[in-house]
Design a protein around this ligand. Structure first.
Ligand SMILES: [Zn+2]
Length: 426
């Protein structure tokens, strides 16, 4: 009698164990480095080393072409990653025939999960929009903001006050607590929190102000809010959105420091997954930006001096007076280069550009920034093929429960399908 009771308890424990392990992950943290190709990761590893994403046990590669183009934009790429459908460049959360496609976060909501979207760009920008809205054109940012404010999401963190501000009342009506600074974010505790921390995009991580939370902090806070009193689990999407912008400017400094900041957010996700084994962490990029090439002449690259920059090149150039009289001092203060490091001809061209440079909407340093990053790229022995995106495959790295599903070659549209298959596994 005693023996069989013990046996039946053992059997129950065994069955419970099997049931737990037969089920897929309860929580999914999906992190996207916008424009973060393999060369961007490699360069960041050369400079800083010890990247969390490189400690992930499973790796793969994803193709990124869109329905309309061999080179995708962030809208079509984001739609592929959020819905599993190829669409045309420019379209957000819709198939090419303009039908809304259900996103990963909407599927999560249907499963009773809490959901969140975190980014360093404006929250209405292409990648976050693809997970939280459905519009025909990526520049319909007013419509995107309207949809987000009315959504059932629990967490929405990023920039983009200029689009979202008009919807604050609507957001409050739909239950959102709204926070605008790092400090307010730390104290937030509601079931729905909207954090808007910049007028447009948040600053590059090197130029971050104390009012702006880092991507890692936003990720940690999002996980804290989403996992609190929650037995159904959560879906969280995190974007390192400005790696792409730096790469569009062919600026290796912005790229590596924002990739490093993104990697710290990856570290937050991995720490949570370490303590909560029913968590899947997937890291990828939506596409490669810049056609970054790690080699320009000879058999060495020299990016060691990138460590020690105090601001991104565009900010540095904007601090250099038009007549360049303070250039040596600014270089000393913000970089690890000296005037004498630069090629004389190149330096003369830079000075000429600085004299003529007027700030533009995208660049405080104007054309002089282009010349400046050119000099840095040259010294480091690296180069870029384009100011746009490239068609190259991107890395996929995974960690935690069902991470093995993301090994090998895949198309970007398979990633959300694999995530949903893992989560709904019986
Ligand atoms: Zn881009």
């Amino acid at each position: 009698m005693f023996k069989s009771k013990k046996l039946s308890i053992l059997l129950i424990v065994f069955v419970i164990t099997i049931t737990i392990f037969a089920q897929g992950p309860k929580n999914v943290i999906f992190l996207i480095g916008d424009g973060m190709g393999l060369a961007h990761v490699t360069l960041t590893d050369f400079v800083f080393g010890d990247l969390n994403m490189m400690k992930m046990p499973y790796t793969g590669f994803a193709s990124t072409y869109s329905n309309s183009n061999t080179i995708t934009d962030s809208a079509a790429a984001g739609t592929a990653l959020s819905t599993g459908f190829k669409t045309d460049n420019g379209m957000i959360g819709m198939t090419p025939d303009k039908k809304p496609a259900e996103t990963l976060l909407e599927k999560g909501i249907k499963l009773g999960k809490k959901t969140g979207m975190v980014t360093t760009t404006a929250i209405t920008h292409a990648t976050p929009a693809c997970f939280t809205a459905h519009v025909e054109k990526r520049y319909f940012q007013r419509d995107i903001a309207e949809q987000q404010a009315k959504s059932d999401l629990n967490v929405l963190f990023g920039g983009g006050k200029k689009y979202m501000e008009k919807n604050y009342d609507s957001a409050k009506k739909h239950g959102f607590e709204i926070v605008n600074t790092s400090k307010e974010l730390m104290n937030a505790h509601s079931d729905k929190v909207m954090g808007i921390f910049a007028k447009d995009h948040m600053n590059y991580s090197l130029d971050r102000t104390s009012d702006e939370p880092s991507l890692a902090l936003m990720t940690r806070k999002a996980i804290e809010l989403l996992s609190k009193d929650n037995d159904k689990g959560f879906f969280l999407v995190v974007e390192g959105g400005r790696i792409d912008h730096a790469a569009h400017s062919n600026d290796p400094i912005g790229v590596i420091y924002d990739t490093k900041a993104f990697d710290k957010a990856v570290g937050e996700a991995m720490s949570y997954a370490n303590l909560n084994k029913d968590t899947l962490v997937v890291v990828t990029a939506d596409h490669e930006t810049g056609g970054l090439g790690l080699g320009r002449k000879g058999y060495n690259i020299y990016p060691a001096k990138f460590k020690g920059f105090k601001a991104i090149p565009d900010t540095i150039v904007s601090k250099i007076k038009n007549d360049c009289s303070n250039m040596e001092q600014i270089l000393e203060e913000y970089t690890t280069y000296k005037m004498s490091d630069f090629d004389k001809k190149e330096l003369a061209a830079f000075k000429k550009a600085r004299l003529a440079a007027k700030p533009s909407a995208y660049s405080q340093g104007g054309y002089a920034t282009v010349k400046f990053v050119d000099m840095i790229n040259d010294l480091a022995g690296i180069d870029w093929t384009t100011g746009d995106h490239s068609a190259c495959m991107v890395p996929v790295m995974s960690y935690g429960m069902n991470a093995e599903d993301f090994e090998g070659f895949m198309d970007n549209t398979q990633i959300p399908v694999k995530i949903m298959n893992a989560v709904t596994e019986e």
